[in-house]
Each structure stands twice: as C-alpha cells, then as structure tokens.
Ligand binder design. Sequence first.
Ligand SMILES: Nc1ncnc2c1ncn2[C@@H]1O[C@H](COP(=O)(O)OP(=O)(O)OP(=O)(O)O)[C@@H](O)[C@H]1O
Length: 483
Amino acid sequence: MAKFLAFLSSIRWQDPVDIIIISYILLRVYILFQGTNAFGVLVGITSLWILQEVAGSIGLILTSSAIQGITAAAAIITIVVFRNEIRSALQLRNLKAFLWGFPSREEAAPIDIIVDSLYQMGKRRIGALIVFPGKEDLSEAIHGGIPWNGTVSQEMLLSIFWPKNPVHDGAAIIRGRQVVEVGVLLPLSQRQDLPSYYGTRHRAAAGLAERSDALVVAVSEERGRVTVAKDNRISPVAQPEELLQILRRHLNIMDGAPGLRKKRERIRLTVAAVLSFLIVTAIWFGFTRSQDTIIALNVPIEYANRPPNFEILDTSVDEAKLQLYGSSALVKSLRSGQVQVRLDLSKASEGRNVIPLTQDNIVLPPGVVLNKIQPSTIEVTLDVPTTRELPLQVDWVGKLPENLVMVRTTVSPETVRVIGGSKILEKVTTIYTSPVRLDNLSKSGTVNTTLVLTPPSLKLTSDSSERVTVTYVLEDRGRGDRR
Ligand SMILES: Nc1ncnc2c1ncn2[C@@H]1O[C@H](COP(=O)(O)OP(=O)(O)OP(=O)(O)O)[C@@H](O)[C@H]1O
C-alpha cells in the first residue's frame, strides 16, 4: 500500500501529458492508416518495438539488439513498399487537417443506382469499365483520364458509356457520389490464364485490380455480362444483389440508416481512443517502472528540540546511511536539502540517550521511497554546559638533538577558559597545543602554534584565543645556555 501511494505521488504532471500526447498520436495513426495494408505492417513494427523493449528490460541483450535491427530494417522496407499508401493516407491539405481532421469520408456511393445502371448497360450491350478505388493512390497505375466531377446518376453513367460519346473509351472512376474521371487508361494484365474471350477491357480491369486495392467492374459489349475484378480474381457476377454485396464490402458501406452508421463510427473511434490510451499507459508504466533505481545516500543528522541548558556532547554517528528507491530521473536529480534526517531530542535527558532512527525521522521528496536506514539507533549524550579555566601545555613530539637539553619553556597564555559539558570537563585537566617537533630545534626561540580542544565538543570562551606562543630555552650539554 505504501509503495502504491508512493507510486501515485511519484506521478509528475508531465506523465499524464506524455501519455495523452502519445495516445493521441496513436489514435491519429489509426485514423489515417486504418484499412490500409500499411496499417497491419505498422502494428507489426510497433509489436516488434514493444518486444525489443521487453527483451531489453529483462536483460536479453542479444535478442533486444537483434529485434532492434529487424525493426529498423522493417521500418525502412515499409516506407519504401508502402510509399503510395503512406502518401495517400497523409494526403491532407494542411497541418490542421493532419492533426484534427478525418480523411475525407466521402458520402457513400449510390451503389443501387450504379448496380442498376451496370445491368441496364449489360442488357443494352453497352460496354463499360468502372473503377472503385480502395485506399491506395492510383496515380502511378492509371493514365490519361479526363476530369469529370459529376454526381452519379443512371442517366449520366449510360451517357458516359454511350458508344457515340467521345469519352466512352476507357474507364470511369467513381469516388463517393462522384464520377471523378472518365476515359482513363488502365494497365493491362499480362496473365496467360485469362479466358480467351476476355479482350482488352477485361484485361484492363484485371490489370488494375492486380496492381492496386481498387475494385473494377467491366460490362461486356459483346456478351452483356457484368464482371468484377479484385486483387487477382476476375469473375462474372450474374445477380445484381451479389454485385451490391461485393460493392458494399469493398466500399465499407454498412447496412442501416445513415444515423446508425454514424453511431457505429463514433463507437469505433471511442473504442480506438480508449485502446490507444490503455496501450500507451501500459507502455509508459512498463517503461518508467523499468527505470526505477536504488541509490545509497549519506545524510547528515539534524537534531531538533534540544532541551534548553543542554549541549550535545557526543553522538555515535554524524550521518545516516539511507537506501532510497524511485524512478531514476527523480532519484538522480535529488538535491541536498531535499532529503533530511531529523532527530527529536525533546524527550532526551542528561547523559547518554539511545534514540531509534525510523522512517518518521526521514523527510523525502514525493516519489522517493525509503528502502533501508542505517544505523537503527543513535546515541546522543547531553550535558549541562560549564566553563573551566584549564592550564595549557606544549605537546612536544620527537627528540632533541643529542647535545641539547631544554632548560625552560613558557607558554602564553598559560591558561585558557573552556566551555563544555560538566561531565566531560570533569575529566579534562589540561589543554594541549598542536604537536611541536623537537628534532628541528637547534637553538632557543619562540614557536607560534594553536591549541587543540579534545574532545571536539569543547569550545573556547569568546575572550580566549586559539593562538599560543611557546618560548623555550636550550642549552648545550655541559656548555651552558645556547642562544
Ligand atoms: N487499357 C485500357 N484501359 C481502359 N479501357 C480500355 C483499355 N483497353 C481497352 N479498353 C476499353 O475496352 C474497349 C475494347 O474492348 P475489347 O472488345 O477489346 O475488350 P473485351 O474485353 O473483349 O470487351 P467486350 O466484351 O466489351 O468486347 C475499348 O474500346 C476501351 O473502351
């Protein structure tokens, strides 16, 4: 529970923003690419990337780098192979349309009118060729069309393919409710297995279907048959209902009233948005959790609420060793002062106190969790401060040269006033200077040095100085004073 709360408090404002931005990008990619072959490949590449992250996080170094290589190669191949699909998916006029717009969902084609017209033309032996583009861009496959932009009607279709009409040759392209181009030349299929009675019209239908995701319907001038070409298949369709069904499937026209269709579309988008959010949240969770780190930190102990009149004479340690856990970004950016160890001395009494060091003594920034504290207890010795005047002595070290003897030493000042805990001061009888070496002395003189307060809890009164002057007199053994 504590970890969960710590996790909640570790969420920064940037994290939900991060998740929302990436979820939105994912949703946009879905909206722009749904239904295209490239979409399936994109899903594949994303799965590979997730697999690589998982492999990396559990330490499968070789697998992770192999998948990384495959993902990179697959991404490049996808861009090359699906360049047309990607281009048509991104064919939006401006950034606003790219970020907010929906790919122009043209109004559904009036397939009843179209199917009726096709069978009418069949009956009357009027040859026709109609292309219903899919998601792919056809501009590289087709040539020579004449822009038309007329709303589909039976009269218009019959007149376009009327043999005396100058534009009856070639194919018509229908997008939504519009005949957008007429007289379009389609690529001819090179297949050898097509029936011999299929002439160039049917070969043209098969050719474009093979090269793209468009559906092409041909009406035979000779036989009056309606034939549909899609992908690598080309076959006659005897019944108008069957053709209606094929067109409905190809153009993604849902049964039901337009209101119902819109509702279904909204539900689909909502599901896609929720799924994007959940996927991105899961990835974010895995990503940030895998970034969690443990660090060790030494933090000076602060003492609060010291009883008045008491001094801290001694403590068993000056620093606490903390082991902290959290997201690596957070843990690494910890600054001094953000982590504090505070010991409450309000209940401490004179002498030695053993105070437990617990979680309650530690102040941590949100998101950082305490894993371990050392030591578990701290000894604090409190005492009443007193002042004493103590004699000062020189701390001579080493040996005088053989021929010399020290006959007199004076220290200035001779005494110092020291403040410290009464118990400690009871044991201290003398204050020493810093060590002064004897080996280097060759004649009488003066040395300036400082005094050393031991134990360090002792302090000098404000009127005492740290500086000490030592005057010494040396003599040659047997020869008297040496100046
Ligand atoms: N590459 C092409 N792209 C578009 N239309 C074409 C193409 N080649 C031929 N056509 C159309 O096909 C017509 C010729 O049909 P042709 O009789 O050769 O074919 P078919 O398959 O036997 O058709 P039908 O059964 O109607 O005779 C042309 O007048 C032209 O309208």
